[in-house]
Design a protein around this ligand. Structure first.
Ligand SMILES: Cc1cc2nc3c(=O)[nH]c(=O)nc-3n(C[C@H](O)[C@H](O)[C@H](O)COP(=O)(O)O)c2cc1C
Length: 185
C-alpha cells in the first residue's frame, strides 16, 4: 500500500479479532513508532505489550480502577470493564516518559509519543491489520499507571488495540478540513 493511501484510508476498526499482528508485523509497527518526530531525540515514548492471558491482568486493573472511582458500580459494569481487555488480541499501552528538566517542553515530548501511537496505527493498517485508540478515565489514573509498571510522572497517551478488523467495516468518513485552514497574508 502506498503511504498516501494508508494515510487517507485509515479508519478505526469497530471490532477486532484474531489474528493479531504477527511477530514481523509487530516489529514493523514498533519500527514505525520509532520514526515518529522527536524533538531533541529524547525518545519519550514507552510501550507495554499486553496479549494472551496477560489481558486478564489488564482487565483486572481497569475493573479495579472503576471500582475505586465509582464505589457503587455493579458487577455487570465491572465485568464489562474487564472484557475491554479482550476486545482485541493485542494491546499496546503507549505512554510518554517526559523529562521536565530538559529545555524541550513536556508538551512536545507528549506529542511525540502521540505521533508514535498514530504511526503504529498507520503501520498496522498498511500491513493489513487494524487498530483502535482508546483512553478513558483509567488512562489518567496514577494507580493504573503504577499497576502497569509506568513511572508516576509518565502519561498514558493511549491503549492501542490491534487485530484483524471484523464485523461491519467502518467507512473512512473524513470530516471537512477546508473550514479549519487559514492562510496568513
Ligand atoms: C488521544 C485519543 C484518545 C481517544 N480515546 C478514545 C476513547 O477512549 N474512546 C473512543 O471511542 N474513541 C477514542 N478516540 C477516538 C478514536 O480512536 C477514533 O480516532 C475516532 O473514533 C475517529 O475514528 P477514525 O479513527 O476511524 O477516524 C481517541 C482518539 C485519540 C486521538
Amino acid at each position: 500500500m502506498q503511504a498516501i493511501d494508508a494515510l487517507l484510508a485509515r479508519h478505526s476498526a469497530r471490532a477486532l479479532t484474531e489474528p493479531a499482528p504477527d511477530a514481523g508485523t509487530l516489529e514493523l509497527i514498533f519500527a514505525a513508532a520509532a520514526r515518529a518526530p522527536d524533538h531533541g531525540r529524547l525518545r519519550p515514548a514507552r510501550f507495554l505489550v499486553v496479549r494472551g492471558a496477560a489481558r486478564e491482568r489488564l482487565g483486572a486493573v481497569l475493573a479495579d480502577h472503576l471500582r475505586r472511582t465509582h464505589p457503587q458500580i455493579g458487577e455487570e459494569s465491572l465485568q464489562r470493564e474487564r472484557l475491554k481487555a479482550f476486545r482485541a488480541p493485542l494491546i499496546v499501552v503507549v505512554a510518554a516518559h517526559c523529562d521536565s528538566a530538559v529545555k524541550i517542553p513536556v508538551i512536545e515530548q507528549t506529542l511525540s509519543a502521540g505521533a508514535a501511537a498514530h504511526a503504529m496505527m498507520l503501520a498496522a493498517f498498511a500491513l493489513g491489520f487494524n487498530a483502535m485508540w482508546k483512553t478513558g478515565e483509567a488512562a489518567y489514573d496514577a494507580t493504573v499507571r503504577q499497576a502497569l509498571g509506568f513511572e508516576p510522572t509518565d502519561a498514558i497517551v493511549g491503549f492501542l488495540y490491534f487485530g484483524t478488523e471484523s464485523g461491519e467495516r467502518a467507512p473512512a468518513v473524513r470530516s471537512e478540513w477546508r473550514d479549519r485552514v487559514r492562510e496568513l497574508r
